[in-house]
Design a protein around this ligand. Structure first.
Ligand SMILES: *[C@@H]1O[C@H](CO)[C@@H](O)[C@H](O)[C@H]1NC(C)=O
Ligand SMILES: *[C@@H]1O[C@H](CO)[C@@H](O)[C@H](O)[C@H]1NC(C)=O
Ligand SMILES: *[C@@H]1O[C@H](CO)[C@@H](O)[C@H](O)[C@H]1NC(C)=O
Length: 422
């Protein structure tokens, strides 16, 4: 009897103790999220099709399910801020969905999604208020609703939670985020857990990323993306500077999140849209679109559905590709990522050539493969496939050979896959 209890305690310690192991997100999440495109627009009278309400999420669930996105791998629709009433239920202390904008509640919306094999994500905040001013996980009277909220989300059968970090002291994140991890681990319904913890701390040392990885399935680590090339290019440079540190903590079950894909909106040119997709896939980043799936240009949709790129993102090793070469002024750079292989033989790789020169003349960029990827096998031939040109084979090279590609300007890329011929 005593021994039985002892064994149960041991098992409990191993299953909920060291490390975050809910078994979720062994590949980076793919889906849709409302924030960048719809923010906290709650004026449904003036903006009936662009406000945060039940119909918006139903529309996106429908389009994800029916327009080819689901087949390509996109499967979660994430509610962001501004979905709740301004006060908790006075008797149960539970969060309450806005009664006018979500008349059927969140559980019913989750069921609507699940009927179409789509998952539903929700948003909350570890602090006293969400960033938009709605109730957070705590209040100013010292109440902590962590367990109640985790229970509520589980009962609503939501599949994912983005927990923001507004209205809380930075010193508390390493306490409050792990508390929510524990509360989620006790629930019946499995919920993927996205933390904004490092986004509010800036750069942190390795031990903090280790702790974040042990508690979260993915985490924002930089400012909010907005609908502009300036925003995207700043994020690319930031990952160029810090990718070597991040890559150590990035992989199956735990992902750095450079924020939403803004492809399909007004801020990026066609070439810049290809560039955002290329980098997010090179990093094995979450692919969470924030756009209007009801109204999207076909060429932008084609980028989002590019199966060769998505395969790079979803590669089972989940390695974050890094910058391996750049000019002093950052105008041109080269990036590389190791990919998984079937069976034995040399590893395949993905490579990006990136050109931000703004004079309209395209540039030929030329690099010896072994200079950018020192680990290449020196005896085999590598076939070079263009990931944006129907997977066309553009060369067959050995490690000491030079890969030359013509790259357009103003934030354009060429992205290829090197496949060893054995
Ligand atoms: C949390 O971070 C603070 C510094 O901000 C540190 O003093 C404290 O020891 C950390 N606590 C844990 C549990 O890691
Ligand atoms: C290079 O690849 C070939 C073919 O798979 C293999 O026989 C050889 O051992 C590899 N060389 C090195 C140094 O790994
Ligand atoms: C490697 O590629 C070169 C150049 O395309 C070709 O001449 C050679 O036959 C190839 N070698 C093998 C082993 O396929």
């Amino acid at each position: 009897m005593k021994f039985g209890i002892f064994m149960l305690t041991i098992i409990a310690l191993f299953s909920t103790g060291y490390g975050w192991n809910n078994g979720l997100l062994l590949k980076p999440p793919m889906g849709w999220m409302s924030w960048m495109k719809y923010a906290c627009n709650i004026d449904c009278k003036r903006y009936p099709h662009e406000c945060i309400d039940e119909q918006l999420y139903k529309d996106m669930i429908d389009h994800l399910a029916s327009d080819g996105y689901f087949e390509a791998g996109y499967k979660t629709v994430n509610i962001d801020d501004c979905w709740s009433e301004h006060a908790r239920d006075p008797t149960t202390s539970r969060l309450v969905p806005d009664r006018i904008r979500f008349p059927n509640g969140i559980h019913s919306l989750a069921q609507y999604a699940h009927n179409k094999q789509i998952e539903l994500g929700i948003y909350s905040d570890v602090g006293t208020l969400t960033c938009g001013g709605y109730p957070g996980t705590r209040d100013n009277q010292g109440h902590d609703y962590t367990l109640i909220d985790a229970q509520t989300f589980s009962e609503w059968e939501v599949d994912s939670l983005k927990l923001d970090g507004c209205y809380q002291e930075k010193e508390m994140y390493n306490v409050t985020y792990p508390e929510f991890t524990k509360a989620l681990a006790q629930q019946k319904h499995k919920i993927a857990y996205a933390c904004s913890w490092p986004a509010y701390l800036g750069l942190v040392p390795d031990d903090v990323y280790k702790q974040i990885r042990e508690n979260c399935n993915y985490w924002r680590n930089y400012g909010d993306i907005v609908d502009s090339w300036n925003s995207v290019s700043t994020i690319i440079n930031f990952y160029g500077e810090h990718g070597n540190q991040y890559a150590k903590f990035h992989g199956p079950g735990g992902w750095f999140d450079p924020d939403m894909l803004i492809i399909g909106n007004d801020g990026l040119s066609y070439e810049q849209s290809k560039t955002q997709m290329a980098f997010w896939c090179l990093w094995s980043a979450p692919l969470l679109m924030s756009n209007d799936l009801r109204n999207i240009r076909p060429e932008m949709k084609e980028i989002l559905l590019n199966k060769h790129l998505i395969a790079i993102d979803q590669d089972r090793l989940g390695i974050m590709g890094t910058r391996v070469w750049k000019t002093k002024n950052y105008e041109q750079s080269v990036w590389a990522k190791k990919l998984s292989r079937d069976g034995s033989g040399p590893d395949p790789y993905a490579i990006i050539y990136y050109n931000t020169n703004t004079l309209g003349v395209p540039s030929f960029m030329s690099h010896r493969l072994s200079d950018i990827i020192p680990n290449l096998n020196t005896t085999v031939n590598y076939s070079v496939y263009d990931l944006y040109d129907d997977y066309k084979k553009i060369a067959e090279l050995k490690a000491h050979d030079i890969l030359t590609m013509k790259v357009k300007t103003s934030g354009s890329v060429r992205m290829v896959k090197l496949v060893p011929e054995v």
